[in-house]
Design a protein around this ligand. Structure first.
Ligand code: NAP
Length: 327
C-alpha cells in the first residue's frame, strides 16, 4: 500500500534501456526514483537474443541478460520497482498524480519511457492467433517452428533479422513485402537476400491469415501491381512491420507527432515542465538500445535539475528514507 503523504521526487514509467538508465542516474543523484513496469519487465530487448552493438560487450550480450544487469545496477542505488498498469495520469497540477487501480502515486517529476509495441496488420484475427501461429518475435517463438513453413511480413531490419534467424528452425521461410525493394540497412538486407533458405514475394500484401481450430494454416496475399491473389500454406506468420509508441495514456495532455510519438525539446523535455520522455516513446528515428539509454540518462539529469529548483518538502520520498543505496 502506498503512503498517501509521500511524494516521489521522480517516477519512471517503463523498464527498457531508457527507463533503467534513467533509474540508475536518478537514484545516484538522490532523486529516489520509483520505477513502474508492466507484466514483462525489460522492454523490447528481452525479446532479443544476441545484442552485438551495445558498447562494452565485445562478444555481444544476451538481451534479457543486459536488461537484468541494468536492473540490478538501478536497484543497487536504491530504485524502487513496482509492477502494475497506470491507467490515468493528471498533469494539471504538481505533484502529478498517477492512478494504478485504486492507488494514487504522486511525484514532482515524471520520466516516460514506455517504449513502443509491434504493429499488427489489422486483419481481425492476428491477436486471437497469438501463440497459435502468429508471432511478433522470432527470437521468442522461432524454436516452435522446427521443420515448419513460415511467412515473415515486412521489409525492414527487423523482418530481415527475423527471416534469417528463422532459417535455423523452419524448413521454408518466405518474406512478403509490400514493395519491390527493402527498407532494411544494406548489411541486413544482403544477409537475407543471399540466404538460399529465404524466398521473397515482392509487391505483395497479406490480405488474410488462414486458420483452422488448431491454428494458422496459411495466408492469402495480393500482388498490388497485378492485383493477382494467391495463397501460401504455412504454419507460422511473423509480423515485423514496425512499432507503435505506447502513448495512449498521455493523449490530450502531452504533445505528440502524427504517429503518436511524444514530442521533446531541449533534450527530453515535453510540453509540461517536470515531465520528460526518453527512448522509443519519443524516438521514431534511431530506436537503438544505446540511444534509448542515452536519452534515459538525459531525462534523469534534466529531472534532477528541475527538482533542484523546487522548494524543500518534508514529504519527499528521499526524506522518508525510500532511497537506499545497497553497498
Ligand atoms: P521499419 O524500419 O519501420 O520497417 C517496417 C517494414 O514494414 C517496412 O519495410 C514497411 O514497408 C513494412 N510495413 C509497415 N507497415 C506495413 C503494413 N501495414 N503492411 C505491410 N508492410 C508494412 O521497422 P523495423 O524493421 O522494426 O525497424 C525499426 C528500427 O529498428 C529501424 O530504425 C531499424 O534500423 C532498427 N533495427 C535495427 C536492427 C539492427 O541494427 N540489428 C534490428 C532491428 C531493427 P515499407 O518499406 O514499404 O515502408
Amino acid at each position: 500500500m502506498t503512503n498517501p503523504d509521500m511524494i516521489y521526487e521522480t517516477i519512471i514509467l517503463g523498464s527498457g534501456p531508457a527507463g533503467l538508465t534513467a533509474a540508475i542516474y536518478a537514484a545516484r543523484s538522490r532523486c529516489c526514483p520509483l520505477l513502474i513496469h508492466g507484466i514483462q519487465p525489460g522492454g523490447q530487448l528481452t525479446t532479443t537474443t544476441a545484442v552485438d552493438n551495445f558498447p562494452g560487450f565485445p562478444e555481444g550480450v544476451d538481451g534479457p541478460d543486459l536488461m537484468d544487469k541494468m536492473r540490478r545496477q538501478a536497484e543497487r542505488f536504491g530504485t524502487q520497482f513496482i509492477q502494475g498498469e497506470v491507467t490515468r495520469i493528471d498533469f494539471k497540477e504538481r505533484p502529478f498524480r498517477l492512478w494504478m487501480g485504486d492507488e494514487i502515486y504522486r511525484c514532482l517529476s515524471l520520466i516516460i519511457a514506455t517504449g513502443a509495441s509491434p504493429k499488427l496488420l489489422d486483419l481481425g484475427n492476428e491477436e486471437a492467433l497469438y501463440g497459435r501461429g502468429v508471432s511478433v518475435c522470432a527470437t521468442c517463438d522461432g524454436f516452435f517452428y522446427r521443420d515448419r513453413e513460415v511467412i515473415v511480413v515486412g521489409g525492414g531490419d527487423t523482418a530481415m533479422e527475423e527471416a534469417v534467424f528463422l532459417t535455423r528452425f523452419a524448413s521454408k521461410v518466405t518474406v512478403v513485402h509490400r514493395r519491390n525493394s527493402l527498407r532494411a540497412t544494406p548489411v541486413l538486407a544482403e544477409r537475407a537476400l543471399t540466404n538460399k533458405a529465404i524466398s521473397f514475394k515482392w509487391d505483395s500484401v497479406v490480405t488474410e491469415i488462414l486458420a483452422d481450430a488448431s491454428g494458422v494454416t496459411g495466408i492469402r496475399m495480393k500482388n498490388i501491381r497485378t492485383a493477382e491473389e494467391s495463397e501460401i500454406p504455412c504454419d507460422g506468420v511473423f509480423i515485423a512491420i514496425g512499432h507503435q509508441p505506447n502513448t495512449e495514456l498521455f493523449a490530450g495532455q502531452l504533445e505528440m507527432d502524427d504517429d503518436g510519438y511524444l514530442l521533446t525539446r531541449n533534450g527530453t523535455e515535453t510540453n509540461i515542465p517536470g515531465v520528460f520522455a526518453a527512448g522509443d516513446v519519443q524516438d521514431n528515428q534511431f530506436r537503438q538500445a544505446v540511444t534509448a539509454a542515452g536519452t534515459g540518462c538525459m531525462a534523469a539529469i534534466q529531472a534532477e535539475r528541475f527538482l533542484d529548483d523546487l522548494p524543500y518538502d518534508p514529504n519527499l520520498s528521499c526524506q522518508k528514507g525510500v532511497c537506499r543505496t545497497k553497498v
